[in-house]
Design a protein around this ligand. Structure first.
Ligand SMILES: [Zn+2]
Length: 82
């Protein structure tokens, strides 16, 4: 990932990363141009899911199935029965 200096637009170097959570990090950057010398903090954040993780698909399905009424659950079971 390339971070550009917000002052002059040249490539910057990420010196330190503060990972605040799985979805947010602060990057401590310094401009690679010695004539600029700008140091700054930029952040990287999760935006949104495009395709859910296969690791928790069954958890999502289970949570959705639990939210159904007993009648809806029976209808789902009939639809899934081959
Ligand atoms: Zn700069």
């Amino acid at each position: 990932m390339r971070i550009l200096c917000t002052s002059c637009g040249k490539k910057s170097v990420i010196g330190k990363t503060d990972r605040l959570s799985l979805s947010h990090a602060n990057l401590y950057c310094s401009c690679s141009d010695p004539e600029c010398g700008h140091t700054f903090v930029t952040n990287v954040s999760f935006s949104h899911t495009l395709s859910p993780s296969a690791k928790n698909t069954s958890e999502i399905v289970t949570a959705l199935a639990k939210a159904l009424s007993p009648e809806q659950r029976k209808a789902l079971q009939r639809e899934l029965a081959f």
